[in-house]
Design a protein around this ligand. Structure first.
Ligand code: AGP
Length: 589
């Protein structure tokens, strides 16, 4: 996954600087290297400025101009080097290409181009595209040369081409996301809306197999296969600039954790029609399969427990392990595909397989205009707004509360479910007070130099433990290993030594005592006991007392994990918004 941003008709005649500012808003999509290409005023060729590492406070040395295209990279093919950074040029510096995805057949294309005398400077699959366009534009008009080139590329890709001669940006999509922003006499191309939200919220999300040409006259939409023009119908998003800004918080992660106080209750006022229709389908005997990756897969697992609580059977399968179980999918199956971005490759592959087997797809998504949204029969858009931090928080809790509401609707307890979610947000608002923050900051200080920590939870608190641990790992790079409490005696208790930090997540439920006895066994081996639950217990060295919200207690327990991860990460010098080696959504298998 990479960040793409381009502009036509930059009103400040500083298109390279404008593109760099836009790329900064997309860095959550990849931050191994960045680069900008510009068509400078009164110059004969494209100029490029590219570097490895995060953009940070970097300034570009590129000259003035009105048309530029930029990229922030998450390396897949070719190491993290200046040469491998995008954009990539053709031999005559008239064509610059940036790319999101993987060209599976680039080696064979490259061999042919080398024979034709093309000279390559990088190891990337992307550079091949620039030279292939150059080759084809010897006999065709540029946009047809690009369409033909794109049709030859195997794999899920999005490309954007800056063409000097036609003073335009031409982009094609097949898999990876692309969106056009329609400003006043300014036109934008990006892989995500936050890049140009400051200028416009009038957008067009490209579909697979579509291309756009942006130039001084505006934006034209084409079907790549037929190379025929199509009418472009834009939509206006209800997103505001501040949604994509830090709003006075030091990091997007902390802002988005606090935004949950609004985003969680918002789920009670959206998707009502869809939730009632889905409840009817479930009551008419549809099977339920929940799937997603990473944090989204933990949302799937927690939802399985919520369904079971209502006496409803369902299965939760991480998307990267979906295929062996796809044979059990049929026409009377609802597949809930959970994804913040709606672009995660493994989740899309699982959905396409389920669709092939006749299943009805329910997309439980946050980002709008995504591939998953287009593949779905029903869309539950959880409305958490742009989630910029790579570490998912508000999207997760909004997806979980939306699915919780569905489980209550199936049993005609939808209104009760809504009241409980509203009450949850009011209680959590009081819970997120200075006393809690001070306690978490001092705990983070206490654990700052720990390299290993373990977590246990039972029943609903088991998926909560998985998500809590993932937040610690993603933000602080500490090895945080979650277990089902019952697993302890079957081997993993060997890992406990004197002072080993052990978190115990629990609720005031029927297994509270069992979990406490597991905790006692860990304490007996010298573990440093950290309790995260809504009751007193003097078995623990540290107790984070969370609100007692019955079956919704896990929301408070998980938010403690989000905050502790944040303070541990900041304390250990990690970048809470852009953890190493990660990207906001993984668009490659
Ligand atoms: C969560 O903090 C991570 N960024 C990651 O596990 C993420 O949940 C996973 O990659 C799925 O992304 P999606 O929700 O956009 O599909």
């Amino acid at each position: 996954m990479c960040g793409i941003f381009g502009i036509i008709n930059d009103k400040n005649n500083q298109a390279a600087a404008t593109v760099l500012e836009g790329l900064k808003k997309l860095e959550y999509r990849g931050y191994d290297s960045w680069g900008v290409a510009i068509i400078p005023n009164n110059k004969k060729e494209i100029q490029v400025d590219k570097h490895i590492g995060k953009i940070g406070e970097a300034k570009t040395i590129l000259p003035a101009g009105k048309i530029a295209l930029g990229h922030t990279r998450w390396a897949t093919h070719g190491g993290v080097t200046d040469n491998n950074a995008h954009p990539h040029l053709d031999c005559n510096k008239k064509i610059a290409v940036i790319h999101n995805g993987i060209v599976e057949n680039y080696q064979e294309i490259k061999v042919d181009l080398l024979k034709k005398g093309h000279h390559f400077v990088s190891e990337t699959d992307t550079e091949v595209i620039a030279h292939l366009i150059e080759e084809k534009s010897k006999t065709k008009k540029i946009n047809f040369a690009i369409f033909e080139t794109f049709k030859l590329l195997r794999g899920s890709n999005a490309i954007a081409v800056l063409d000097f001669d036609s003073q335009s940006i031409i982009a094609c999509r097949n898999g990876s996301p692309l969106v056009v922003g329609l400003g006043t006499d300014q036109y934008f191309l990006a892989s995500d809306v936050p890049a140009f939200l400051k200028e416009t919220n009038k957008v067009y999300f490209l579909n697979d197999g579509e291309a756009v040409i942006l130039n001084n006259n505006g934006v034209k939409l084409f079907d790549i296969e037929t190379e025929k023009e199509r009418s472009l119908v834009s939509q206006t998003l209800d997103w505001k600039l501040e949604d994509a800004e830090k709003g006075g918080y030091p990091h997007f992660l902390l802002k988005e954790i606090y935004e949950q106080l609004k985003t969680i209750p918002k789920t009670t006022s959206i998707n009502e029609k869809e939730i009632r229709e889905l409840a009817d389908k479930i009551n008419s005997g549809y099977k339920i399969v929940l799937t997603g990756c990473g944090t989204a897969s933990y949302c799937a697992l927690a939802s399985k427990y919520f369904f079971a609580q209502q006496g409803i059977d369902s299965s939760a399968i991480p998307s990267y392990e979906f295929m062996p179980f796809s044979k059990f999918i049929d026409k009377k199956t609802l597949v809930f595909a959970i994804s913040q971005s709606g672009e995660t490759a493994d989740t899309l592959i699982a959905v396409k397989e389920a669709k092939k087997r006749g299943a009805e797809i329910v997309a439980v998504i946050n980002a709008r205009g995504s591939t998953l949204e287009r593949l779905a029969n029903t869309v539950l858009s959880v409305g958490a707004g742009p989630e910029i931090a790579v570490v998912s928080t508000k999207a997760f809790t909004s997806q979980l509360s939306t699915l919780y509401l569905l489980t209550t609707a199936v049993k005609n307890k939808y209104e009760i479910g809504k009241e409980k979610i509203i009450n949850l947000s009011q209680v959590i608002t009081k819970f997120l007070n200075t006393q809690l923050i001070n306690q978490l900051i001092s705990l983070a200080k206490q654990l700052m130099n720990e390299e290993h920590m373990y977590l246990i939870g039972k029943h609903l608190n088991y998926p909560a433990t998985l998500e809590f641990a993932l937040k610690i790992k993603e933000t602080s790079y500490v090895h945080a290993e979650p277990f089902a409490a019952g697993e302890l005696k079957h081997g993993v208790i060997t890992l406990i030594q004197k002072g080993t930090p052990c978190f115990v997540l629990a609720s005031n439920d029927e297994v509270k005592d069992e979990v406490l006895s597991s905790a006692a066994e860990i304490k007996a081996r010298g573990g440093l006991m950290i309790g995260v639950f809504p009751f007193e217990s003097n078995e623990f060295d540290v107790l984070i007392k969370t609100p007692d919200l019955e079956d919704l207690t896990i929301f408070g327990n998980i938010i403690v994990g989000q905050l502790l991860g944040y303070y541990l990460g900041v304390g250990r010098g990690a970048d809470p918004d852009k953890p190493r080696n990660l990207a906001k959504s993984v668009t490659v298998k």
